[in-house]
Write a protein that binds this ligand. Structure first.
Ligand code: FUB
Ligand code: ZN
Length: 625
């Protein structure tokens, strides 16, 4: 009899298991099923996700492409070969994960039934020994595990994540049983004394840790660690290893404990680092943590765009040389920014240091959100920082990793707001919500009200069932140079900020109220001088949001020629039309009015040029000869 560690309980009438959280970190996220979002910025996003993003994913995987049919064929319900890309199964799994997450807060019997149907095809596609991959089963049944690049474990990892999400949302084990059978098969096939394997595209590692949390079966954690340890020892074989990219493309050039420089494919690297952090915290592996800290410096100091996007090159979908950050040809895949959120979240869990949340927030509000339009039904795969007006979001892609990743990421946003342990509660993101959680043995109700990121005023009410002592840690974002805070109307005298948090330690009583005010002026950001393209340029940022100019708002000016200086005064105004719930910035250049809009919102109106890095003239030079 299999043992699952989560108690089944009722949420809004559907049976549900609690959301898996990483238990071994010093702190745990408060999962999104305990956080109900009511927020001017995020609620419309969540609505368009459930109305449009999920519908798009369902339509594209089921009706417009062969993705669901591939499962039906492998299940013997349809005739024919696999069609599409060899990792197309993963898009179905990611869409299912997104549907399952949305069920947790928005029960929907139709979606639940759709998942049941799809799970039945998937279960029938699974081979007797546990193997599951429609590409190989249909087209190359005798060639399983012959090319480490062919994403068999990548698809399997996404299947495991989807199955866990389904179990969390519904309490049903139908999908989880498939995932467990697949993971058992992997464990029988790979590992010490069995077959070597280096997954060309990481993903399975973090999924196996989640499966370990869900089932408490440690063999999945051991397998995750073994897979990490396989890297960098010459075991990798297959298409990629023999190509010009070699082992570094998929982070197989050095053992993971020795990683120092960021190399290769961006999404793969992010999923690897996420899995390494999970395993490091579970198994207490300081060498992994040291490697992650080293490579984090390399990514964020020398290889990251101001939008939090990563991977400057289209050809390897990844990294090139330090400071090589072209704007127009920037790749900045949406999945890579989602990966930055995953990884930086884990780094914060490992360290309780808010500098990781600063990066998470930068990637989230800029690199990730630009990947989907305001209606939630058009997607960017590539997120450049400059465009001639010919780059537009699309309904779907042949390689559809990004839309399906958006579909599972957006509904999980609530999990990134708070962390807690027995005596600390961390507020990492400022998003309007009501959270309910247990601290030691006390139920705590916490409410956040804010108009963030449009202003920096945050009101937090803390209502424990009975008074309870804990340290409330409010993140003071790295971009914020001045702030004020009060407790029950009395100003808090701040003596120090530790690791980016303002700590308020007290016995919290029902009705306690915190007001936090983060100053959010418009800032001009200068790039490192070694970024050749951004010499004599500045990016405009306010709070966590990077702004850009779009031709549609600046019709009288050629946006390539816009020049700003430190003397420019920016006015914060309410946007219009599709941008009517956003703050836009206006200023002037040679008597022309200039309008800057949030980068994430570009390409939601008319096609036209766009620029993030703007010509900058140091005005003081006007007075020198
Ligand atoms: O290979 C699977 C996914 O497709 C990657 O993560 C993306 O970069 C795209 O290549
Ligand atoms: Zn992608």
């Amino acid at each position: 009899m299999k043992k699952y560690i989560f108690l089944i309980f009722q949420i809004f009438g559907i049976t549900s298991a609690s959301v898996v959280v990483a238990q071994s970190y010093q702190v745990q996220p408060i999962p999104f099923n305990q956080v109900s979002i009511e927020d001017g910025f995020w609620s419309p996003r969540l609505k368009s996700h459930s109305l449009n993003t999920l519908q798009t994913c369902i339509h594209q995987t089921r009706d417009s492409t062969e993705r669901i049919n591939n499962f039906k064929k492998a299940a013997g319900l349809l005739e024919g070969q696999h069609q599409g890309i060899y990792f197309d199964d993963s898009d179905v799994y990611k869409a299912m994960e997104g549907i399952a997450y949305s069920l947790i807060n928005n029960p929907n019997p139709e979606y639940e039934k759709l998942l049941d149907d799809w799970i039945s095809y998937i279960a029938k596609s699974q081979q007797a020994d546990g193997y599951l991959n429609t590409f190989y089963t249909l087209n190359h049944p005798d060639e399983r595990w012959t090319d480490m690049e062919k994403h068999e474990m990548y698809c399997g990892g996404h299947m495991i994540e989807a199955a866990i999400a389904h179990y969390q949302a519904t309490g049903k084990k139908s999908f989880l049983d498939v995932a467990v059978k697949f993971a058992d098969y992997l464990d029988d096939t790979f590992g010490p004394g069995k077959q070597h394997w280096v997954p060309g595209h990481e993903e399975i590692e973090l999924a196996l840790v989640k499966l370990y949390h869900t089932t408490e079966n440690k063999k999945y954690l051991d397998l995750a660690r073994w897979l990490l340890e396989e890297r960098g020892h010459g075991h990798g074989k297959g298409g990629i290893w023999e190509s010009e990219w070699g082992p570094a493309y998929c982070q197989d050039d050095v053992p993971v404990s020795e990683i120092a420089d960021i190399k290769g494919h961006a999404v793969r690297a992010m999923y690897l680092f996420t899995g390494m952090a999970d395993v490091a915290s579970e198994m207490n592996i300081p060498e992994y943590v040291d490697a992650l800290k080293r490579v984090w410096e390399d990514v964020t100091q020398r290889n990251m765009y101001v939008t939090g996007g990563i991977g400057s090159s289209r050809s390897n979908e990844g990294f090139t040389e330090d400071y090589d950050l072209p704007n127009k040809t920037a790749y900045c895949e949406t999945c890579a920014s989602i990966g930055m959120v995953f990884w930086n979240n884990r780094m914060n869990l490992l360290s309780k240091d808010a500098k990781y949340v600063d990066i998470l927030e930068r990637s989230l509000y800029n690199g990730v959100l630009s990947g989907v339009n305001l209606e939630g039904n058009l997607f960017f795969y590539v997120n450049p920082l400059e465009s001639d007006g010919d780059h537009h979001r699309q309904r779907w892609f042949g390689c559809a990793c990004c839309p399906s990743n958006i579909s599972r990421f957006v509904p999980s946003i609530g999990s990134y707001i708070y962390l807690k342990n027995d005596n600390e509660v961390f507020v990492n993101l400022y998003i309007g919500n009501e959270a309910n959680f247990k601290l030691a043995n006390t139920n705590v109700h916490l409410t956040q009200k804010t108009n963030y990121p449009w202003d920096g005023e945050i009101a937090i009410s803390i209502d424990p069932e009975t008074s309870v002592p804990f340290n409330l840690k409010l993140r003071i974002p790295g971009w914020c140079k001045s702030f004020g805070a009060s407790l029950n109307g009395k100003t808090i005298e701040v003596s120090s900020i530790e690791d980016g948090y303002l700590s308020i330690e007290r016995k919290w009583a029902p009705g306690d109220k915190i007001a936090l005010s983060l100053e959010m002026p418009v800032e001009l950001i200068k790039a490192d001088d070694r970024v050749a393209e951004n010499k004599n340029k500045r990016a405009v940022q306010r709070g966590p949001l990077v702004y850009c100019v779009e031709q549609i708002d600046n019709a009288t000016t050629n946006i390539d020629e816009i020049t700003i200086s430190r003397n420019n005064i920016f006015t914060i105004t309410q946007g219009e039309g599709k941008l009517n719930n956003m703050k836009v910035l206006t200023t002037t250049d040679k008597a022309n009015k200039l309008t800057f809009i949030p980068y994430f919102a570009w390409d939601n109106r008319e096609p036209g040029k766009m620029e993030v890095w703007i010509n900058y003239k140091n005005q003081s030079s006007l007075y020198t000869n």
